[in-house]
Design a protein around this ligand. Structure first.
Ligand SMILES: Cc1cc2nc3c(=O)[nH]c(=O)nc-3n(C[C@H](O)[C@H](O)[C@H](O)COP(=O)(O)OP(=O)(O)OC[C@H]3O[C@@H](n4cnc5c(N)ncnc54)[C@H](O)[C@@H]3O)c2cc1C
Length: 614
């Protein structure tokens, strides 16, 4: 039976989090705690909808710290061998590596969110008596063959065999159904809103003719895809690479492929979900490795793709993304929290949050706890870590501390840092974005329109796409279009007039100010726009929305046009920033300036080596 979702349902999802932060205690919302910090048996954040990701209640303490509120160390309540600040993949990996070397160590992991995993976040939905699992952030184990040996070994240690995804991920489903990519052209640029299907699958002339672009722009588009010309003639491969590395893709299209404004605008926001900037800031060379939403024009004739691309398909995906990596890490650290033994059975196993922070346990993960002050004791023989849990400050003492949280926040927490290290850490401005999951009881409209992915040229959400067809263990992907699905929509704040890291700072503020109702409005509007031609009705066909808001999202990747060249590795700001400070080491994917799980794990390992030897 179809369920009609009301505005009240949506607001409830939001209000739970806000209510929790303002009215406390969290136990009213989540269940009765077993001990002082323990979580109740009914505590189950993956099932929450509304505004998630960096949810209300998670960020206010740290923002108060940045604004000047201080929490000096208080009486020591507990003692640990290691305290890890940040329970994302990096922090959990650090706990794993440390415990492997020191099996009897007492370890505490602190995280400000109501769930562990950081960006690796699981969303769950119930619809028509079925559970649908979705990824709220960290999506896939991207190109695992390129992972460091340390990361590969960790994945194996926690039971992940990436080769199995060749069996679990149905690479042909959408192709076999004839589902293509589509472009939703916007009214402001093209005079009217229009969905055009068959991007990359129809002949380019037929596709272009259906667009609302001018005749000249249509001809430009066809030429840019079909012309066999080399746009940088007479240059060696090395010369071309150097040139394309210092030129934006937009400039390349404009100055070399010579397409007009309407085509330039069509592609300006194409990479927003990946680079989170317009194509006027993305080096043309980077386009070679990017095909989300279909291929891009112009470049393939100039520089044949190198062997790297396409070696490994993008299939290493659990239904909840890399939240499964985090869950399997938790299973290895606290086996009783996640029943079962295999990567397959972990997918549907219910995590027992009440096992995370048990009094007397050697390994404890404490949620809803924001570290606000980390400093050596007067004799430098330990580190005092002060954190705020449910509005109350607590201090624990540790022999070692690993900061696996956002690197740019560390200077506000660790008062002993030098100015130079502070500047190095602050260099990493994290990139804001949201992953919105929209639960629909069926995806029939996509099948009827023969589409799998819609790119919006200039709208709030940059794209909507069908979920990845992956079935693991007891979890079966709804391959029939009459089955329920969590659609994926991505929103990245975009500013025409702000470039460089400033746009991410502005975007972060915008994200935190944007109410759930705005996200909801655009979900409905954009899905209706794309799908109403096949009978979709947002009022009837949306049963839940979860907005995973990541105000501090991707780690900064130093690969955009304005990034300077450094004389040596040791000059790089993130290398300066991640140096150990006495008993405090620094992890997180930020420490490797790479927004991926490989970096998160590898930096966790590096920090543990420092902690073990320092
Ligand atoms: C939307 C999105 C999609 C992504 N997709 C992919 C992908 O497909 N593949 C991939 O490899 N990578 C992806 N990434 C990159 C992702 O960041 C890394 O893969 C990885 O999950 C980062 O782990 P981490 O532990 O380094 O950082 P985080 O996941 O950020 O974990 C750090 C934790 O520390 C907490 N923290 C911060 N300050 C404090 C404090 N003061 N006290 C206590 N805790 C604190 C944070 O809230 C967070 O929970 C994605 C990122 C985002 C945002």
């Amino acid at each position: 039976m179809k369920h009609r979702i009301t505005r009240r349902d949506f607001l409830n999802g939001t209000q739970v989090a806000i209510g929790a932060s303002l009215l406390g205690p969290w136990t009213d919302v989540f269940g009765t705690p077993a001990a002082k910090f323990g979580l109740g048996k009914n505590y189950y954040p993956p099932a929450k909808t509304g505004l998630r990701g960096s949810h209300d209640g998670a960020w206010e303490t740290m923002h108060a710290r940045v604004a000047g509120t201080t929490w000096p160390a208080g009486p020591v309540e507990e003692e640990y061998d290691l305290v890890v600040v940040g329970g994302g993949i990096s922090g959990l990996s650090a706990a794993h590596f440390y415990r492997r070397e020191r099996p009897s160590a007492r370890i505490l992991v602190l995280d400000n969110h109501d769930d562990f995993g950081g960006h690796a976040k699981r969303n769950e939905f119930r619809v028509n008596n079925q559970t649908r699992i979705a990824y709220g952030g960290t999506e896939s184990i991207d190109t695992p063959s390129g992972y460091t040996d340390v990361s590969k070994a960790l994945l194996e240690d926690i039971g992940i065999d990436v080769q199995k995804f060749y069996e679990y991920f149905d690479q042909n489903l959408y192709d076999d159904m004839g589902l293509s990519y589509a472009i939703a052209f916007d009214e402001q640029t093209y005079g009217k809103r229009k969905l055009v299907t068959g991007y990359g699958s129809k002949p380019w002339a037929a596709f272009a003719a259906e667009t609302p672009m001018s005749k000249e722009a249509q001809a430009d588009l066809v030429r840019a895809f079909t012309d066999k010309r080399d746009y940088l003639p007479g240059m060696s491969r090395e010369e071309k690479t150097a040139k394309l590395s210092r030129m934006s893709y937009r400039s390349y299209l404009e100055d070399y492929v010579k397409v007009g404004e309407q085509v330039l605008e069509m592609y300006q926001r194409w990479g927003m979900s990946y680079w989170c900037v317009g194509m006027d800031e993305v080096p043309a060379i980077d386009i070679l490795g990017y095909s989300d939403g279909g291929d891009l024009p112009g470049i393939g004739r100039t520089l044949a793709r190198d062997g790297e691309r396409g070696v490994e398909p993008y299939i290493f995906h659990f239904p909840d993304g890399n939240a499964s990596v985090a869950r399997l890490l938790v299973r290895s650290l606290i086996p009783e929290a996640l029943p079962g033994e295999t990567m397959e059975d972990s997918v549907t196993a219910r995590l027992d949050y009440s096992a995370l922070d048990v009094h007397g346990s050697r390994l404890r993960i404490r949620l809803n706890s924001t570290a606000v002050n980390v400093a050596h004791t007067a004799d430098s023989k330990a580190v005092d870590v002060t954190y705020v849990h449910l509005g109350e400050a607590h201090t624990v003492r540790a022999k070692k501390c690993i900061m696996a949280c956002y690197n740019s926040a560390i200077p506000y927490i660790c008062p002993e840092l030098t100015e130079q290290q502070t500047a190095g850490l602050a260099y990493n401005v994290k990139v804001p974005l949201t992953y919105t999951k929209v639960m629909v009881p069926n995806w029939r409209a996509f099948a009827d329109l023969a589409i799998r992915f819609v790119y919006y040229t200039n709208d709030f959400y940059k794209q909507v796409e069908l979920d990845y067809p992956v079935s693991i263990g007891d979890y079966e992907f709804g391959a029939d279009p009459d089955q329920p699905m969590a659609l994926h929509m991505c929103y990245v704040p975009y500013f025409d007039d702000i470039k460089g890291p400033e746009q991410w700072r502005a975007g972060r503020r915008k994200l935190l100010e944007t109410p759930f109702s705005t996200f909801e409005y655009h979900v409905r509007d954009q899905l209706d726009q794309a799908l109403s031609g096949a009978g979709f009705d947002a009022d009837r066909d949306i049963t839940a929305i979860t907005v995973n808001r990541w105000a501090h999202g991707y780690s900064y990747n130093p690969d955009l046009l304005w990034e300077p060249e450094y004389g040596s590795e040791s000059e790089k700001p993130w290398v300066v920033g991640r140096q150990a400070l006495g008993r405090i080491s620094i992890a997180n994917s930020d420490a490797g300036a790479a927004s991926n799980t490989d970096s998160a794990i590898t930096q966790g390992f590096r920090a543990v080596q420092e902690a073990l030897t320092g």
